[in-house]
Design a protein around this ligand. Structure first.
Ligand code: PEP
Ligand code: MG
Length: 326
């Protein structure tokens, strides 16, 4: 890490013209917390809870989950923590959960689909999350939502568990937020409608790119199609941000693209509110943000989405713009 970046550890995340945003960290377990603090994260934008299930020989109990979530929430001292309900399936398997083999696992029973088909396991996780919400500022986030029906079903189950806990006198956080990932293109297209039913979005570009380009994110043979700067992907991102803002909710990104130096100026130009990345990327991006003036970036989003025709063109567009700054 550059010495210049280290100085920004406790600095706010602001642009050259003083606009402030949130730079957050992605984590997989409470063991990742030291890195979060060392790199000055302003929030946890994504806690991938599936590792709790994967690093275990049986389903983690409600209390085990509660302890893990509470540790992370308390560790952030009032800063927001977004915890995603389990994203099992796709390429993530559990030895103790015998799920049917599928032809196309990334297009099959994964994430929220699996949770809604196994309600008791989902309810256990939600209870642990709701109990932990009393210890700080929690956001509960649903992965892989593709339809309003799925979102409404997940929210109804969450509300049901909330009411049951409240009836028992269990304390639940006052500023609990409920959000969803935007990583299925169908949800990005209908973002304005989804935005009416959640407190926030977080764009998962790792999946959004693979599903938009129909290119398996782990398959080398089609990696040439895995194009974060493709105008089609950028339009979906812009549409998501616009749909969120039109309805008064905030929108973040927790896919790898949030910490990508070429993508970052484009996202800033679109007005993305929160950028969540691996902790080791935070200071590099905070330093880059400091050099950028949102006035200079005004036209970038429209150009990248509606004038450029290819991913390569967009990469060059940002590089030319950055060269002018230096
Ligand atoms: C994503 O899809 O961008 C994301 C953050 O989720 P994951 O990488 O865990 O699928
Ligand atoms: Mg994903």
């Amino acid at each position: 890490q550059k010495a210049e970046w280290r100085l920004l550890k406790d600095a706010p995340s602001v642009t050259a013209d003083g606009k402030q945003f949130i730079i957050a960290a992605n984590i997989g377990t409470p063991n990742d917390m030291p890195g979060v603090h060392e790199n000055g994260a302003e929030a946890i934008g994504l806690y991938r809870t599936e590792f709790l299930y994967m690093n275990s020989s049986d389903f983690p109990s409600e209390d085990d989950q509660f302890e893990a979530y509470k540790e992370v929430i308390e560790g952030m001292n009032g800063k927001q923590v977004i915890i995603r309900t389990m994203d099992i399936g796709g390429d993530k398997h559990l030895d103790y959960w015998d799920l049917p083999e599928e032809m196309n696992p990334f297009l099959g029973v994964r994430a929220i689909r699996l949770s809604l088909m196994n309600e008791e396991i989902f309810r256990t996780q939600l209870r642990a999350l709701l109990r932990a919400s009393a210890y700080g500022k929690l956001g509960i986030m649903f992965p892989m939502i593709g339809t309003l029906g799925e979102l409404r079903k997940a929210k109804a189950i969450l509300n049901d568990e909330t009411e049951k806990l409240l009836a028992k006198g269990v304390k639940i956080g006052d500023d609990l937020q409920v959000g969803m990932m935007i990583e299925v293109p169908a949800a990005a297209v209908l973002a304005d409608q989804f935005a009416k039913e959640v407190d926030f979005f977080s764009i998962g570009t790792n999946d959004l790119i693979q599903y938009t380009m129909a290119a398996d994110r782990g398959n080398e043979n089609v990696s040439y199609l895995y194009q974060p700067y493709n105008p089609s992907v950028l339009r979906l991102i812009k549409q998501t941000i616009d749909g969120a803002h039109k309805n008064g909710i905030w929108v973040g990104m927790c896919g790898e693209a949030a910490g990508d130096s070429v993508m970052f100026p484009i996202l800033l130009s679109m007005g993305l509110d929160e950028y969540s990345m691996s902790a080791t990327s935070i200071l590099r991006i905070r330093s880059l943000m400091k050099k950028l003036n949102t006035e200079d970036l005004k036209e970038l989003a429209n150009q990248a989405c509606f004038v450029s025709e290819t991913s390569e063109e967009n990469e060059q567009l940002v590089k030319d713009l950055m060269a002018k700054l230096n």
